[in-house]
Design a protein around this ligand. Structure first.
Ligand code: UD1
Length: 304
């Protein structure tokens, strides 16, 4: 049976990916230190290892006989990386190198690495294409860029096939609503449930190429198996249609409170996905309105 390992498999995206693989009858191992992941997200049919990716010696044996690795473990969130550039770099850069080295030492067939659209920073043109020169404006963006570069190096030096997907603002069921640094929809859902106004940073006219969770899961599965890829490639996984924070607030509904623009935020992001279409045969299938509706429904069931 094909053996998969997901780092960050207790998190929002990793746990949805784990569920899908289990549904397909695969063997799934999970490494997660539950820093932002949750125990209740972990599929019971997986084998769970409560480990930190910063501890190379401990994670190494878990990679034995693994065929495929999805590397999603990270300290996510742009604002957190601005507050703690050292701690986030340890996990997001050194932890990533540990995962790549453990995968390489165990001759896995491929690693798919969760990178981020934040590597682009503010570009003068949209949509964002993979051949643009990255210009991160947050430690988080720079950390993900370092991961991409190491992915390429591991392919060149050791022949390990590591492919990077640049996720664009993923949302959907299991999005974290509970932290001050939760992503925008998570925060809006919580605020609405508490009867508080939705906090919009800046004008709210900033846009994002929001991508629904089931679509990002598919992009990962396709990147893992695509014969068009060798190693070191970087591919956008996001939406060609961008939507503003104001529109999201309108879909969620309720009063809005405008606050100062957030440091490290880019204005606009929208994905060019011609590479994903060509190399993965992938494009998003769930519209923004539909995806937000499904997430709102999930949240209301969860909070009952
Ligand atoms: C960023 C990255 C994304 C990455 C993610 C991981 C960019 C463009 N995107 O998302 O690729 O995967 O971090 O952490 O850098 N907002 C409000 N009110 C709130 C919260 C947020 O108005 O209460 C606004 C933000 O100012 C921002 C937008 O909503 O303009 C999206 O913010 P957020 O959900 O935090 O994600 P990004 O920082 O865009």
């Amino acid at each position: 049976m094909e053996k998969y390992l997901i780092t960050g498999g207790a998190g929002f995206i990793g746990s949805n990916l784990a569920d899908k693989l289990i549904e397909e009858g695969k063997e799934v191992l999970i490494i997660d230190n539950l820093s932002s992941g949750k125990k209740e997200n972990i599929n019971k049919k997986t084998s769970f290892f409560n480990l930190d990716i910063c501890d190379f010696e401990k994670i190494l044996p878990v990679f034995r006989d693994v065929d495929y690795v999805f590397h999603l473990a990270a300290i996510p969130r742009v604002p957190v990386s601005i507050l703690d550039p050292i701690g986030t770099s340890k996990t997001n850069i050194l932890g990533t190198i540990n995962v790549f080295k453990a995968a390489s030492d165990n001759n896995v067939k491929r690693v798919v690495f969760a990178s981020s659209s934040s590597v682009y920073g503010n570009q003068s043109r949209l949509p964002l294409r993979e051949d643009m020169i990255p210009d991160p404006i947050s430690p988080y963006g720079l950390q993900k860029l370092a991961g991409e570069k190491f992915a390429w190096l591991f392919f060149k030096l050791y022949g390990t096939s590591i492919v990077s997907l640049r996720y664009f603002n993923v949302y959907g069921p299991r999005i974290n609503p509970d932290s001050e640094y939760s992503s925008v929809l998570g925060k809006f859902l919580k605020q609405k449930a508490k009867g508080e106004p939705l906090t919009v940073f800046g004008s709210g006219e900033q846009t994002r190429g929001f991508c629904y969770i089931s679509d990002i899961v598919q992009a990962n599965l396709k990147a893992m198996k695509s014969s068009e890829l060798k190693g070191g490639e970087v591919i956008n996984a996001g939406s060609e249609d961008s939507n503003s924070v104001n529109f999201l607030a309108e879909l969620v509904g309720g009063e809005v409170k405008y606050l100062e623009k957030r440091e490290g935020d880019i204005e606009h992001s929208k994905a060019d996905i011609s590479q994903a279409k060509e190399l993965l045969g992938w494009h998003p299938e769930v519209s923004f309105e539909e995806g937000v509706k499904r997430t709102v429904e999930w949240f209301s069931q969860r909070s009952q």
